[in-house]
Each structure stands twice: as structure tokens, then as C-alpha cells.
Design a protein around this ligand. Structure first.
Ligand SMILES: Nc1ncnc2c1ncn2[C@@H]1O[C@H](COP(=O)(O)OP(=O)(O)OP(=O)(O)O)[C@@H](O)[C@H]1O
Ligand code: NI
Length: 302
């Protein structure tokens, strides 16, 4: 069986952003190479605004209209057949067909996708029916450690942590080959975060390719959930590899600085500031940020 489920090669995304004087371009992804394997958890980490959610949108074929995509971003089925996910409108249509059934998605703000006026159970039942899933709503809730009583609850009756787990149940409803979770543990207390990451681990262990987007390196390390880690900076993957290597012996200065900024490692402030991705120079790298941080007056020169 082919084990790569999502494969990016030179994946590049430019999103148009209208300005008073013409169009500016958001450099949301540049030359990204990435593989997510069935049975493994691949974490994508990086500061706010580096392009993590945009990469998720690309995988889901949900990039904004007018976006220009380059390189390749494919779903690869178990036989090795590739479905391009960003190849123009056609790609978006194909990606839409995969969404839910083949690629399950846990959105960054799970509260927003549920209707307030219907119970969780009726919405989950409908999702299972639409996607032709094999698991019942009861089984899906059990998989994410929610009591069956949650089926009769309205979304506002669930706590933030319960909603986040319900979001995972919805994402699993179609029995997906890939699970894409965008910040699934943000805002959760440590015990719930551990439980949720453990769930994602079991989903991977059952054969699904799990892509876990997070900016919480500490929880990622403590949980040992990830097999691989890709570190994103300003739309690029600056370092990738086995989690123990990337987080234990980081090779890139950006990864080292991210780790040094963790409370457990002394809370050293990140040097300088994250760049705006709008009209970013093609050659921009972390070295530019380090240089600007050393010469703060340079920030005022232009
Ligand atoms: N539709 C859009 N139009 C214009 N700019 C966009 C659009 N979508 C994303 N961006 C920009 O792309 C950049 C990357 O955003 P993205 O949401 O992917 O970052 P992120 O890494 O997920 O951040 P966070 O950790 O805060 O969720 C940001 O500068 C954002 O403003
Ligand atoms: Ni995001």
C-alpha cells in the first residue's frame, strides 16, 4: 500500500489583496515540500501568520478566488493515484469532492460550523448520512470520549473543550483517509489538551494520515504525539523531519529560537517581529529578521 496521502512539491500560493493602488499579493506559501503518511501524525508548527491555516485551505481546495498556485499539491490514494488539489478551478472542484469523505477537517474555530438551533446529534446524523460514513453518531462521540448525552445537547450547552472534541467527531464522520486538525488544542486546559492529542494519535494509529497544525510546541513535545514535524516561517518550511530530531536537535536558527522562547527553556523573546506576508521579497528569510533585530534603526530607514 502506498503510504503518502498528501504530497506537496514546490507548493506556492499567492493570494491577491486589493489595495487602493492596485493589487498586493500575500505570499502565503513558497516552495513548500511536504508529505503526510498514513498511520502517522505530521505536525506543522510556526508563529501566528506564517501560513499554516492557508496550507490547510489549500489541501481542502478552499483558497480564495483569484489565488495563484504553483508547484504541486496532491492527494495520493492508497494505489498511488494522485488528485491535484490546487490546479485551478478544476482542482478546487475535485478537492471539494474529497472534503469530508477523504479529507476530514477540524477547523480552527470549531464553534462556528455548527447551527445553534439544532442538537449536536441531529447535525452529526446528517453529516454521517451526507458523507455515507459507516460509524454511527454514538460511535463517533465515543471515539472522542464524549458522553452519549452530548447528542441531545445544543451547541451552546457544550463547553469549549467538548465542542472541540465534537469537531473531531464531525471530521471523522466520513471515515476519512486524511484528518487535518487546525489548532485543535488551543484554549484547552492541559488535561484536555493531552486527551485530545491522544485521540489524534489513535486516529493515526488506525491508519489515517493526521496533519496537526499547532503553534503550541510545548504541548506537542510533552505529548509525544507527532511522528514528523515541519517548521514554517513566512510561508516556507524551513526545517522538517522526525519529531524527536527537529524538536530535540533543531538545525535551523528559527526552530532553535522558537524552542528557546518556551517557558520551560527560559522564555527568551523571539528576535525582531514576524514579517507581513504581503508583497514579501522572494528572497526573504529568517536571516533578514535577525539582521533587522540587530540593527533596530534599520526598521525606520524606509
Ligand atoms: N484571503 C486572504 N486574503 C488576504 N490575506 C490572507 C488571506 N488568507 C490569509 N491571508 C494572510 O496570509 C497570512 C497567513 O495566514 P494564516 O491564517 O495561514 O496563518 P496561520 O499560520 O494559520 O496563523 P495563526 O497561527 O494565527 O492561525 C496572514 O498574513 C494572513 O493575513
Ligand atoms: Ni491559523
Amino acid at each position: 500500500m502506498n503510504s503518502i496521502a498528501i504530497r506537496a512539491e514546490g507548493h506556492t500560493v499567492r493570494i491577491p489583496s486589493r489595495r487602493r493602488r492596485g493589487t498586493a499579493w500575500v505570499h502565503a506559501a513558497t516552495d513548500m515540500t511536504f508529505s503526510a503518511h498514513r498511520g502517522r501524525v505530521h505536525a506543522i508548527v510556526g508563529e501566528s501568520g506564517c501560513g499554516k491555516t492557508t496550507f490547510a485551505s489549500a489541501i481542502l481546495g478552499m483558497l480564495p478566488a483569484g489565488t495563484v498556485a504553483g508547484g504541486r499539491l496532491d492527494y495520493v490514494d492508497a494505489s498511488g493515484a494522485r488528485t491535484p488539489l490546487t490546479a485551478g478551478l478544476d482542482g478546487a472542484a475535485r478537492a471539494a469532492a474529497l472534503r469530508g469523505r477523504v479529507i476530514g477537517y477540524v477547523p480552527q474555530s470549531p464553534a462556528t460550523y455548527l447551527t445553534a438551533v439544532r442538537t449536536v446529534g441531529s447535525q452529526l446524523q446528517e453529516t454521517v448520512r451526507e458523507l455515507g460514513g459507516a460509524a454511527s453518531p454514538q460511535e463517533l462521540l465515543a471515539q472522542v470520549s464524549l458522553e452519549p448525552g452530548a447528542l441531545d445537547a445544543f451547541p451552546h450547552e457544550l463547553s469549549g473543550g467538548m465542542l472541540q472534541r465534537a469537531a473531531i467527531a464531525f471530521a471523522l464522520a466520513g471515515g476519512p483517509d486524511v484528518l487535518l486538525a487546525d489548532e485543535p488544542v488551543s484554549g484547552l486546559d492541559p488535561d484536555l489538551a493531552r486527551l485530545t492529542l491522544g485521540m489524534l494519535r489513535s486516529v493515526a494509529d488506525s491508519g489515517t494520515a493526521v496533519i496537526l497544525i499547532t503553534h503550541d510546541l510545548q504541548r506537542l513535545m510533552d505529548s509525544g504525539t507527532a511522528d514528523e514535524v515541519s517548521v514554517m516561517y513566512a510561508g516556507r518550511i524551513v526545517e522538517a523531519g522526525p519529531a524527536a530530531e527537529v524538536l530535540g536537535l533543531p538545525a535551523h536558527p528559527y526552530t532553535r529560537d522558537l524552542l528557546a522562547a518556551l517557558p520551560a527553556n527560559g522564555l527568551q523573546a523571539m528576535p525582531g517581529t514576524s514579517p507581513e506576508l504581503t508583497d514579501l521579497s522572494e528572497e526573504y528569510s529568517y536571516a533578514d529578521r535577525l539582521m533587522a533585530a540587530e540593527q533596530p534603526e534599520g526598521n525606520y530607514a524606509c
